[in-house]
Ligand binder design. Structure first.
Ligand code: ADP
Ligand code: ASP
Ligand code: MG
Length: 403
C-alpha cells in the first residue's frame, strides 16, 4: 500500500461535474489499495472573484484580513470534494490548514511553511479515510490564518508529501504536463517527459505558473518526485526530479513574465557608493530587485535601471523619490509596459551560441531589448509587453522546440 498525495487546481474543480470527476479519480486511487491525501485549490476563478469583492470595500485591505478572506475559497472546495467522495460511498474528511497544523511564518499573503504536523492526517488515514486538505493556507504563531501566495496550493501539496514521506505527489491541472512553452501561447509546444528541479525552478520563477516556484524549491529540498499531469485524461505527465545526465537539448523551455516594472534613476552622480545607497534603500523596504543595469558615467552622471514586481513598484518609487536629493539624481522614471522573456536549460552553460540565437530571433522579429540578464541556466531579456507573446513564439521556433 502506498501513500499518495494528489493536488487538483482550480480549473480541475471548477464546477460540480469537475468535482465529481476528481472524486472518481481519487476513489480509483484509493480502491487500488492506497492511502490518499488530496489537496485542492479554490474553484475556477474564485480567488480572483474574492479579491475583486474585497476591493468593493477597500483598495488597501489589511493583509491579515485578506488572508482569512481568501482562505475561504479553498475551504469551499475541500468540503465540496469531501461531500462528492461521500456521495460515491467512500469515507472522506476535509481539513483546513489550521486543522492539519500547517504552520507558517507570519508574512501574510506570502507565508512560508515552517512545519506540518502529521498526526491528524495520519489518524484519519489509519481509519481508511480519504483526507481532503485545503491548499494555499496555513496558520501562524498568533493562530491567524495565512496564505502562501498565488498558486500556493502546489506548495501545500509538496509540503504535505514531504511531511508524510509520501510515495508519490501528483499535481493535476488543465494541461498534460510541463511544456517547452505555455501551450496557450505556443500551439505546437512540446510536452516534456521529465525536467530537473533546477530547470523547473527557473521556469516557474520566470513566469511558467504551471507550478508554484516554492513547490519546486521544496520538492528539491526534500527530494519529493513530482508528476504534473492532466485531471481530464489519463495521459502520462511530466516528471520533475533530479536529472543527473544533462540532455542534449540545450534549451528546455521559453517563458514570459508580465509581472514586471522597470524603474530608472536618471543622472545620478557618478560617485562610488551610489549603487549601494540605492539598493540599501530598497532592501530596507523589503523590495526585491531583479535585473539591474548601470550605464557608463558621462559628464559626472550615470543612470541606474532595475526591475521589480508590480506590487513593489509604488513603494520603490516612493522611497526613491523621498531620497532624490541625497541620491543626487535628477529624476525617477518608470514603466509597466515591459515583460521579461526567458529561455531555460541546464545544457546551455558553456554554449555562447545560445544567447546569439535568442537575440537573432528577436532581431528577425524586430523586437527591441532593453535589458539582458544571464545565469548558468537561463537568459532573460526585457522587452515591450506588447511583443512578449510573439517573442516567446519566435524564440521557441528558433530553437526548434516544437513537437
Ligand atoms: P491550476 O489551477 O491547476 O493550478 P494553473 O493555471 O496554475 O493551474 O497552471 C496551469 C497553466 O499553466 C496552464 O493552463 C498553462 O496555460 C500555464 N503554463 C504556463 N507555462 C506553462 C508550461 N511551460 N507548461 C505547461 N503549462 C504552462
Ligand atoms: N486559489 C489560489 C490562487 O488562485 C491558490 C492556488 O490556486 O494554488 O492563487
Ligand atoms: Mg496553479
Amino acid at each position: 500500500m502506498a501513500l499518495i498525495v494528489q493536488k487538483f487546481g482550480g480549473s480541475s474543480v471548477a464546477n460540480a461535474e469537475r468535482v465529481f470527476n476528481v472524486a472518481r479519480r481519487v476513489v480509483e486511487t484509493y480502491d487500488a489499495g492506497n492511502s490518499v491525501v488530496v489537496v485542492v485549490s479554490a474553484q475556477g476563478d474564485t480567488t480572483d472573484d474574492l479579491i475583486a469583492k474585497s476591493k468593493e470595500i477597500s483598495k488597501t485591505p489589511s493583509k491579515r484580513e485578506m488572508d482569512a478572506f481568501l482562505s475561504a475559497g479553498e475551504q469551499m472546495s475541500m468540503t465540496l470534494l469531501a461531500m462528492a467522495i461521500q456521495e460515491l460511498g467512500k469515507s472522506a474528511i476535509s481539513l483546513a490548514g489550521w486543522q492539519v497544523g500547517i504552520h507558517t511564518d507570519s508574512q501574510y499573503s506570502a507565508s512560508r511553511i515552517k512545519k506540518i504536523s502529521s498526526e491528524r492526517i495520519m489518524k484519519e488515514l489509519d481509519a481508511r479515510k480519504i483526507v481532503v486538505v485545503a491548499g494555499f493556507q496555513g496558520i501562524n504563531k498568533y493562530d491567524d490564518i495565512t496564505t502562501l501566495g498565488r498558486g500556493g496550493s502546489d506548495t501545500s501539496a509538496v509540503a504535505i508529501a514531504a511531511a508524510l514521506h509520501a510515495d508519490k505527489c501528483e499535481i493535476f491541472t488543465d494541461v498534460d504536463g510541463v511544456y517547452t512553452a505555455d501551450p496557450r501561447i505556443v500551439a505546437n509546444a512540446q510536452k516534456l517527459d521529465d525536467i530537473s528541479y533546477d530547470e523547473m525552478l527557473e521556469l516557474a520563477s520566470l513566469g511558467a505558473n504551471v507550478l508554484h516556484n516554492r513547490s519546486v524549491e521544496m520538492a528539491k529540498k526534500f527530494n519529493v518526485q513530482l508528476v504534473v499531469r492532466s485531471s481530464l485524461n489519463k495521459n502520462e505527465g511530466t516528471i520533475v526530479r533530479e536529472v543527473k545526465k544533462v540532455e542534449q537539448m540545450l534549451v528546455r523551455g521559453v517563458t514570459r513574465d508580465n509581472d514586471v516594472a522597470r524603474i530608472s534613476i536618471c543622472e545620478i552622480k557618478d560617485d562610488p557608493g551610489k549603487a549601494f545607497q540605492v539598493f540599501s534603500l530598497l532592501s530596507k523596504k523589503q523590495i526585491n530587485v531583479d535585473v539591474i543595469l548601470q550605464s557608463i558615467g558621462r559628464d559626472g552622471t550615470k543612470d541606474i535601471s532595475f526591475t521589480t514586481s508590480q506590487d513593489h513598484l509604488q513603494s520603490a518609487l516612493d522611497v526613491l523619490n523621498d531620497n532624490l536629493d541625497s541620491l543626487e539624481a535628477s529624476r525617477i522614471i518608470h514603466t509597466e509596459d515591459v515583460s521579461k522573456v526567458s529561455i531555460v536549460g541546464a545544457g546551455m552553460v558553456n554554449n555562447p551560441g545560445v544567447a546569439t540565437l535568442m537575440f537573432e530571433a528577436l532581431y528577425d522579429a524586430g523586437i527591441n531589448i532593453s535589458m539582458i540578464s544571464t545565469s548558468e541556466i537561463k537568459i532573460s531579456v526585457l522587452i515591450p509587453k506588447e511583443d512578449a507573446e510573439r517573442a516567446v513564439r519566435v524564440i521557441h521556433d528558433k530553437f526548434n522546440l516544437h513537437a
